[in-house]
Design a binder for this molecule. Sequence first.
Ligand code: HEC
Ligand code: HEC
Ligand code: HEC
Ligand code: HEC
Ligand code: HEC
Length: 457
Amino acid sequence: MKAILKWIENLGSRAVWIILGGGFLLGLIIAFLVADVSSRIQEAKQPYFQVVELDDSITDPEIWGKNFPLHLEMYKKTTDMERSRYGGSEALPHIPDEADPRSVVTQSKIDEDPRLKRMWAGYAFSIDFREERGHAYMLTDQLHTLRQKVGQPGTCLNCHASTYNIYKELGDGDIMKGFHEMNSQPYMEVAKKAEHPVACIDCHSASDMSLRVTRPAFMIGIQKVKKLEGITNYDVNQDATRKEMRTYVCAQCHVEYYFEGKEKTLTYPWDKGLKADQILAYYEQIAFKDWTHKDTGAAALKAQHPEFEMYSQGIHARSGVSCADCHMPYVSEGAQKVSDHHVRSPYLNVDAACGTCHSLKPEEHRARIDTIQDTHWQLRNVAMDALMALIDDIERAQKSGAPESKLKEARSYQRKSQFLLGFVEAENSTGFHAPQESARILGNAIDMARKGQAALK
Ligand code: HEC
Ligand code: HEC
Ligand code: HEC
Ligand code: HEC
Ligand code: HEC
């Protein structure tokens, strides 16, 4: 009996020791884990070593890159050229000459589809219009496009270079003043001041790396959009959410625009809304034209890259997905999750670009994009043929001396049809950003072309 009691006593103290010892070990492990996790969180929060003191006067991305070497490395990859089915870009050799020192250019869109030349007859786009490529090229490509032959205004530079410090220089520290100054000078004058393509400083604040909008044209444009939603005095840098900023930094440039007045002020035509027909209605109201069509005399319009406007009509925008979600997806670097600054076609990168939200195999992501784009391309071609038929008919009617009233009506339809088709054509996702909206616009473009033909009967 005594022996049994002794054994129990021993067991008790042993159990206490086991529990104590085990508890101690467990405590150690937990403490270690907590320390490790918190250092990882710390690393993820503050993963950068400050090497240089950044401030608002530094444009050169190489200097910013001293603090953020990983981001600089990704950013520099925008020199890469890779074709997707409808996007990306193809590297074509070009023999450098005095006028154009580029050794590589992209494919010509007007040679790929000569109907575009007819659509833009008499306008600079019928001379030179190429597939776009990475951000690294934006300044050189603008300097050397043959469209510069007609003598462009400084307005062009707003979206083709790091302009933040140029605005400040031109406006004695006042960005808005510098913007107006830039627009009213000749392109070749202001381009001399530009040294870098869009750089860190154009999207980030130097003090805390938060996103910011630096383009006055967008600050003014988005105010118009918000006003239509009942929000007055909108200040994008104060009032936008972080999610919105992940789209707005891109929407500074990837939008339709025109030059207003003799000051050539860069203006986003959003007074009536962001949709193609609302923009057309605005141009109708102010009786704006880009040029007079050479073959028919129509007062014609040409849309350019309305990615933001079109994206805004799609399911992804409605679901709160931003440009950066697909074009700058997160990539893991150790414990760090960083935004891929190699901005490019998501088609070349579907696992990161789509996989975060849709768990599918890469082939399936691509197949979904293919389906949308192939369908879109068919309809786009139908619309293009309809427009060509209208232009043919107007030319024929002019030659056979048709009454001016009929010609006038037909030309007005050409203007509308051409703008709507051109809007979809200039939007660079080949339908993906808003498939149903693109189809609706193309349907209307076809309708306008056929009504124009009927007007001549
Ligand atoms: C849901 C994902 C998604 C979102 C959000 C998105 N895009 Fe895209 N974008 C795509 C896909 C897919 C393509 C087609 C790429 C191709 O054909 O290679 C594309 C094409 C483009 C292209 C042409 C790229 C090329 O290489 O030809 C540009 C420019 C572009 N998008 C800009 C934007 C901008 C600006 C926004 C925000 C206003 C935006 N995108 C929002 C998925 C997205
Ligand atoms: C509102 C911003 C903005 C302005 C202003 C602007 N661009 Fe661009 N430009 C872009 C964007 C975005 C792209 C890429 C998408 C595309 O090519 O459709 C581009 C592409 C280009 C390209 C390469 C593709 C091509 O068209 O051959 C050239 C060249 C070019 N622009 C020249 C000009 C000239 C010349 C002007 C002035 C008349 C100008 N840009 C004004 C935003 C702008
Ligand atoms: C300062 C104006 C500007 C800003 C801001 C800007 N872009 Fe661009 N983007 C351009 C121009 C100009 C080009 C065409 C350059 C060329 O062809 O030389 C371009 C090209 C592109 C391309 C085509 C790349 C390729 O390889 O074909 C994509 C995709 C793109 N931009 C997406 C974005 C996204 C997403 C954002 C925001 C994170 C953004 N851009 C911000 C002006 C801008
Ligand atoms: C066209 C706009 C644009 C340019 C140019 C740009 N960035 Fe960014 N950057 C972004 C966006 C969008 C994010 C995502 C921010 C967010 O989600 O709040 C980002 C995020 C970051 C972050 C935060 C961590 C991360 O990866 O999400 C750092 C650091 C950064 N960028 C550094 C740089 C540096 C350095 C440069 C120049 C070499 C640069 N960026 C150029 C748009 C840009
Ligand atoms: C940040 C999240 C996110 C990313 C990134 C994203 N999507 Fe989506 N996608 C959504 C949401 C949300 C919807 C809306 C459907 C829903 O609510 O289930 C959607 C819808 C779609 C649809 C259906 C469209 C329709 O009209 O019904 C397709 C196709 C699609 N996504 C393809 C893609 C592809 C391809 C990519 C990459 C280029 C991509 N998505 C990237 C969140 C995302």
